[in-house]
Design a protein around this ligand. Structure first.
Ligand SMILES: [Cu+2]
Length: 72
């Protein structure tokens, strides 16, 4: 993964229901980018990620956790 300037990604994610889900998503993203900050709005199904990762890489790891990332 080539490094780029950090950017804030806004993702729509289905299937998150509790703090366990928040932790799963956060850990999955931070496994790729330990500096990433992840904010989850459970009520809205929104995930905000400040990261150097590309949007498709973030979407892929969240998908691999079992959540459905939708086009933002
Ligand atoms: Cu949960």
């Amino acid at each position: 993964m080539s490094s780029t300037n950090p950017q804030t990604l806004q993702l729509s994610v289905k299937g998150m229901s509790c703090q366990h889900c928040v932790k799963s998503v956060t850990n999955a993203v931070q496994a790729l980018d330990p500096q990433a900050t992840v904010q989850v709005d459970l009520a809205q199904g929104r995930v905000s990620v400040h990261t150097v990762l590309a949007a498709d890489a973030v979407a892929q790891v969240i998908n691999e956790e079992g959540y459905e990332v939708q086009a933002a």
